[in-house]
Design a protein around this ligand. Structure first.
Ligand SMILES: Nc1ncnc2c1ncn2[C@@H]1O[C@H](COP(=O)(O)OP(=O)(O)OP(=O)(O)O)[C@@H](O)[C@H]1O
Length: 638
């Protein structure tokens, strides 16, 4: 029994997306076919998966396939699959809303600038809705596997505001997407040659057969010229074997890249990939890619990982988080296991010993790829492009990789070698710990670093003054994760890492006897002033001491050796977390005019407060009472 047509409105985000799709000049129109073929292939994967529990879903059609057909008279292009199909409700839900949180988040990024947005969309892929790039009307006819023929559905829309849904009878399970092509698109895509070439370009590696009708040369009659005509015979137009199951030598570079595009919608080529069959206790195939740029939601640690899990070529799940540690969440690809049961669940994945071994193996593989990229940096024979790849990776994903120091103890040393930093000798973040070590001064016993909110703050910090004077390199760190991750890296290759803002400065052998003697004398002479300062600042500073780390600045703040840095404390406070109240130590420079002026000054109390507040400012913070600070300074200036 057929039901009347029902009108439904698109969810607001879909309407917005469609407007963009239809109104932006799409530089790369043909990707619509890739998207629709990919959906058809997903639908078949889903059927195969559901049929594991209920074999009757195959009905009388066990061979899964995708058919692409066109009609030059009606100007339609139709993509048909015999996959899982859609029920009426699923059609309404899935083709009228955007369920994926990622897509919705992405919509929030749109700027309203059509050109920029179109580019963004191109990177992202808009799935089903990309059909409206070439069609002014789309009908979807579908029947879910296992449902009665009368429970079919026809969904149709012109891609503006709303869509219609009605019940139909459809004998065959699965879905046909019928594109009513716009005139320009009709002229281009209603051709076997054109469609074959687009399929060859984007969808060759789809593991199911993609079928098209064969064409035959028909001689012209009555002096008419001959032409190619479609027959009723179907032929497979793609390779139809899952790309990762082929031997490496049988896959071209282009095919690896296009497979990457297929699974990521990334328009840029990946920086590197690695394809291996792993044998041994656990058998699996891995095809892992390192993208060239970060997705907009890289910082969402709950976001699904980019690795798809297959078991013996059957697609099991996207977002198989258990297969990749969090700090490698930027890796994309496929893992196909020969050992896991087909009905493996997410819970089971967490506990499986095979999965653990796959994760360890894949982690090592990714670190290996990164090491290779890093090696190219210094390889004279490498092309300029190859040389720049690691820097590109680092700029996009370096901060994420740093999380690995705290997350993956087993690989900490390998990760440490992959780190890159800016330093007092290099603004670009290209200094590795090994480079730093190689440049260490004789007598230098530690790798010095400083963390701050920004690179500029780090670079101009008073804490660096004595290091500058002595020509000692200091690593500059301004990533949010630095402070946390560095906690896990006490030393590199036997040399300790030392924050220049923690504890008393200890330049060890780098300070000569005369300097040491001078510092001791200054400390002695300064004792009475220090006592007064301590008293004046007893609410703010844990201690006040003389330092030799300053050259141009009068004072700076430091924290105890094991203490939390002031920057981290600030960050945690901003994030609304409770931070134990630890007072910093104020260090003063006995050589500085302002400090010399303290002794005997009638403004001693105000000067002491100013000294402290300025040290807070120099370090990137705000005085506790900014108005009082301004008042004091003004009083002295007047
Ligand atoms: N051929 C099809 N058969 C069954 N369901 C389909 C088919 N095409 C689309 N769908 C359903 O519509 C939903 C939306 O499709 P769409 O292409 O917009 O997003 P997606 O496939 O989830 O994501 P993406 O294309 O970015 O991977 C799909 O998730 C699926 O549920």
């Amino acid at each position: 029994m057929s039901q009347d047509k029902q009108k439904h409105s698109f969810q607001a985000e879909v309407a917005q997306l469609l407007h963009l799709v239809t109104h932006s000049l799409y530089s790369n129109q043909e990707i619509f076919l890739r998207e629709l073929v990919s959906n058809a292939s997903d639908a078949c994967d889903k059927l195969r998966f559901e049929a594991l529990a209920d074999n009757s879903l195959y009905e009388d059609q066990p061979n899964l396939e995708i058919r692409v057909d066109f009609d030059t008279e009606a100007k339609t292009l139709t993509i048909t699959d015999n996959g899982i199909g859609l029920s009426r409700q699923e059609a309404i839900d899935n083709l009228g809303t955007i369920a994926k949180s990622g897509t919705r988040e992405f919509m929030g990024k749109l700027s309203g600038d059509q050109k920029a947005d179109a580019q963004l969309i191109g990177q992202f892929g808009v799935g089903f809705y990309s059909g409206f790039i070439v069609a002014d009307r789309i009908s979807v006819e579908s029947r879910r596997a296992g449902a009665k023929p009368e429970a079919g559905v026809r969904w149709s829309s012109t891609g503006s505001g709303d869509f219609e849904v009605e019940e139909i009878t459809r004998e065959k399970r699965g879905t046909s997407v019928i594109l009513h092509l716009k005139p320009e698109a009709a002229a281009e895509y209603l051709s076997t040659w054109k469609i074959k070439s687009v399929i060859g370009k984007y969808s060759d590696h789809i593991s199911l057969p993609i079928l098209m009708r064969k064409e035959e040369w028909k001689e012209g009659q009555d002096n008419q010229p001959g032409k190619m005509e479609l027959t009723d015979e179907w032929e497979t137009v793609n390779q139809a074997s899952a790309l990762w199951t082929r031997a490496r030598k049988d896959v071209t570079e282009e095919q690896y890249k296009s497979f990457y595009q297929q699974i990521t919608h990334d328009h840029e080529d990946p920086l590197a990939w690695s394809h291996n069959r792993v044998e041994g206790a656990t058998e699996y195939t891995q095809l892992l890619y390192i993208p060239a740029h970060a997705p907009f939601d890289l910082w969402n640690r709950d976001k699904p990982a980019g690795v798809k899990l297959y078991v013996k070529r059957v697609f099991i799940m996207d977002e198989a988080q258990a297969l990749m540690p969090l700090y490698l969440r930027f890796v994309k690809g496929v893992i196909d296991s020969a050992d896991l049961p087909l009905n493996v669940s997410r819970e089971l994945l967490q506990e499986s010993r095979d999965v653990r071994s796959i994760r360890e193996g894949s982690t090592k593989r990714v670190l290996g790829m990164l090491e290779e990229l890093a090696k190219l940096e210094k390889d004279e024979s490498a092309s300029e492009e190859d040389k720049g790849k690691y820097a590109k990776f680092w700029a996009e994903f370096g901060a994420v990789l740093k999380e690995g120091l705290g997350e993956d103890f087993g690989n900490r040393e390998r990760i440490a070698k992959l780190l890159r930093f800016s330093s007092t000798q290099s603004d670009a973040p290209t200094v590795s710990l090994a480079d730093y070590k190689a440049r260490m001064k004789e007598g230098q016993e530690a790798i010095y670093y400083i963390t701050a909110d920004t690179l500029a703050a780090a670079k101009n910090s008073p804490q660096l003054e004595v290091f500058r004077k002595k020509g000692l390199e200091v690593l500059l760190m301004a990533d949010r994760v630095d402070e946390w991750s560095l906690n896990y890296l006490q030393d590199f290759d036997g040399t300790p890492l030392q924050s220049v803002a923690k504890g008393a400065v200890d330049l060890g052998k780098l300070q000569d006897d005369e300097e040491k003697k001078k510092a001791e004398e200054a400390a002695e002479a300064f004792k009475p002033v220090l006592a007064k300062l301590k008293e004046a600042l007893k609410d703010k500073a844990e201690d006040v001491r003389v330092t030799s780390r300053l050259v141009d600045s009068p004072a700076c703040l430091v924290v105890g050796d094991g203490g939390m840095s002031l920057q981290l404390a600030r960050m945690l406070k901003q994030a609304g977390q409770k931070v134990p109240e630890a007072k910093p130590v104020l260090e003063v420079n006995p050589e500085h005019a302002l400090v010399k002026k303290l002794d005997g000054s009638v403004h001693f109390h105000d000067l002491a407060q100013i000294l402290f507040d300025q040290a807070v400012l120099a370090e990137g913070g705000l005085p506790e009472d900014p108005a009082a600070y301004v008042k004091r300074v003004n009083a002295l200036l007047a």
